[in-house]
Ligand binder design. Sequence first.
Ligand code: ADP
Length: 610
Amino acid sequence: MSKRSSRQSLKADKQNSKQKDSMQAELRQQKQRVELFSEVTLKIRQSLQLKEILHTTVTEVQRILQADRVLIYQVLPDGTGKAISEAVLPEYPALIQLEFPEEVFPADYQQLYSQGRVREIANVHNPAAGLADCLVEFVEQFDIQAKLIVPIVQTLNVHSNGQSQSTSQPQNHLWGLLIAHQCRSPRHWVEFELELMQQLADQISIALSQAQLLEHLEEVVEVRTAELQQVNRNLQQEINVRMQAEAALRQSEEQLRLITNALPVLIAYVDDQQEYRFNNQAYEEWLGQSPRNIYGQHLQQVWGAESYQRMQPQVEAALSGQVVTYENDVVLKDGSVRSVDATYIPHRDADKIVKGFFSLTSDISDRKAIERMKDEFISVISHELRTPLTSLHSALKILATGRLGTLSNEGQQMLGIADDSTERLVRLVNNVLDLQRIESGKVVMDRQACNAATLMIQAAEAMQAMAQQQGVTLVTQAADIFIWADIDYILQTLTNLLSNAIKFSAIGGTVWLTVDQDDPTTSHPQHSNSEVVFRVRDEGQGIPADQLERIFERFQQVDSSDSRKKGGTGLGLAICRKIVEQHNGRIWVESVPGCGSTFAFTLPAFHQSH
Ligand code: ADP
């Protein structure tokens, strides 16, 4: 190799290594910048507080760029603005919180910045920088020699109403500026510095959006929290109201228990499955079972099969919606049998469906015993009276014939009164004994198939004389209907009703005796077999509505003077009712005071099965 060529190659080598060095330096620098940038970005991102982000940005930019002042200028909607964050060397005036007039930052500048313009001014005094004189004056106040300005732009979605639908379009909004100042001397800003500023301005823009989002979120959370708090308050209020209601309910339940437990009667609620849902303490005293024990038990379990059998039809009637009152015999825990009076009152829900019934049962054994004693007493007295009365009556009758001597007119009159009174007394004694016998159950109804027509005619014949005497017409509309009954007792019932009808009719009145066969489908639900209905109708004085039930009880008369005036005993209807009930029939009266009354009773029709 020649000397020349070796020199040349040495030179080329040197050049190569120089190039290599500068490339390496460039790469190192680039690496450093990337690292620097990511370090700053990281610092910025570490905070969610906008103020802190802005502060970090200005401090870092000032440090890296070695600028004399770095600030963030916020553009306000009216065109003015102010520095809201700043890092400045102590020897230069601070601009923080200083408000800049509108002229400093005219609208066309704003427009350019919002489109992304960046301004780098190496020397504000250089006419090439193109700053207006007033602006140069303005910046001189703050010792500004060179400046670098990058916009902080936010992309907003602006809603615009199109013809058919609303659309949203992205629009750039200038939020502010990131500005670096050099005060010592003019400065030529390099590419890297520009890039860093731009990238950090973008970071601020992102942070702004996040902060706004956060703010919006916070607002939403605040509203939602307020709503939730309201809901909570309402809920709490509702809970309080409920708790109060529950406490009130508990208290009223306790009160109810206290009252029902203090009463010496059985009080219960039975559901539609015939199971107890409420009992008072008296159940424990009567049956030896605590209310807790009885709760949920079936009636039959509590009362035993025998008592339940007697209860069952009444229970079923109550569950079908009827108010039921009846008497029953029950066996208590000590084996004693007590007479009770029970009332079942159906309980209906809002839709009127029977859900169960309230039951009230009281011990009437004592009353029954007294009644029995009274009845026995009356029965004994009546028996004892009957024989002397009969002889008295016969004696008076003999006297009246005049066989034992003629009496003066006055004497005859007295004898008539004595005879009438004795007759009434005999009737009374006979009625008392009749009723007594039927009530005691000693009388068995001798039932047989008989023709209603025959009975009606017989009864009418028996009463014909009385009707004539009273000037009353008796009309019988008999029909050949067969009934299943005791002939004598039904005759007694018919004559009793006819005699009352005649007794309470005015002269010239009419009394009708009729019979009908009821259609089984329209008859009373509890009496599904067909029934025969007898009716005795008159045109007499009638009976007031409040007496319609009462007159079927013993010694009950509408007018207490009736017994004297009409010769009644007040026992006839009570006897009729007993007779009809013994035949499983019903008896009742309908009346219009002043127009007349209709007494009716039912008897079972005769079926082949009887
Ligand atoms: P009495 O012997 O008094 O007739 P009842 O038991 O047969 O006894 O009748 C009771 C009462 O019912 C009568 O006293 C009378 O007040 C009333 N009464 C009965 N039947 C009639 C009737 N057909 N019209 C008006 N009142 C009647």
